[in-house]
Design a protein. Structure first.
Length: 295
């Protein structure tokens, strides 16, 4: 969403004023003096100027002097600032929040992504139901850029997107299926868990990779379990996880005790050690682990 908004702003400016008035600077590379010069200088060979600053707060001097500097920008200059991370305690953040057209582009959860997909399909002349949008998120994953690419592909094939075209044109992401694999095993659905394992192997995902993804899912599950009844958004922010992943893990965490989660982690660790130190049939060992989880 951020990339789309940035593209609209830059494209609109260039269409009206040409790229002679566009200046891009990266705060991790440009000096404070270079950024100050770009902001203070008047347009050259153009009626207006657009200065695009990427992560300027990475420059300590800019961060300290930003408030005064931005107040003195000429009327003929527009400024676009992209900040991946902002300390909300700083005067810089408070100035941007109060005195600019400040917009936040946060990661969306499963429901938010589904609504966004439906709206995007509509804006592009297509149709996508809320149910099928959610199915697409579950199938592809919560990466918004990837979902945007998949949506464009689906709309080019047929403006009316259905579950059938989603199955035809998109691939299951291993991480998404690994969660289903873990969920099925912990729900005691032995047959389903083995079917999902077979699907992963058919997709050329190696047993060691499946184990690594299971370990990651168990890591998330442990974090969510220890967090108790805290809000999914708060857990996601503190643990630096996607809210979508946290919400899916909360359902599993409610079915297990903390002791059971610890045992699952222990069993997975033991298998990882065995695979790296003994001549073990990885497929057989991993399927045995899934059967143990199902019990």
């Amino acid at each position: 969403m951020l990339k789309a908004a940035l593209q609209r702003r830059v494209t609109g400016f260039v269409a009206e004023h040409t790229d002679m008035g566009l200046e891009r600077l990266d705060g991790e590379e440009a000096s404070f003096d270079r950024m100050r010069e770009a902001l203070e200088s008047l347009p050259f060979l153009a009626s207006r100027k657009l200065v695009l600053l990427q992560s300027p707060s990475a420059n300590k001097e800019f961060l300290e002097k930003a408030t005064d500097l931005l107040k003195e920008v000429p009327e003929t200059t527009d400024v676009l600032i992209i900040e991946p991370k902002l300390d909300k305690r700083t005067a810089y953040y408070k100035f941007l929040k109060k005195s600019t057209d400040f917009q936040e582009f946060n990661e969306l959860d499963e429901l938010g992504l589904s609504k966004w997909l439906v709206q995007m399909a509509k804006e592009r002349g297509g149709t996508l139901s809320q149910t099928d949008a959610r199915y697409l998120v579950e199938r592809v994953g919560a990466n918004q850029q990837l979902l945007a690419n998949e949506l464009a592909k689906l709309l080019n094939y047929d403006p009316k997107i259905t579950r059938q075209t989603i199955d035809l044109l998109t691939d299951l992401t291993p991480q998404s299926t690994i969660f289903e694999l873990l969920d099925a095993a912990l729900a005691g659905k032995t047959q389903r868990a083995l079917e999902l394992y077979a699907e992963q192997r058919a997709m050329k995902v190696e047993p060691q990779q499946i184990l690594a993804l299971l370990a990651w899912q168990l890591h998330v599950l442990a974090l969510v379990k220890v967090a108790g009844e805290r809000d999914a958004g708060a857990i996601a922010r503190e643990a630096k996880l996607n809210p979508f992943v946290v919400r899916k893990s909360q359902g599993v965490a409610r079915r297990l005790s903390l002791a059971e989660v610890k045992q699952l982690v222990h069993n997975t660790l033991e298998l990882d050690i065995r695979l790296k130190s003994e001549p073990v049939d990885a497929d057989e060992a991993l399927q045995t682990l899934l059967l143990q989880l199902a019990k």
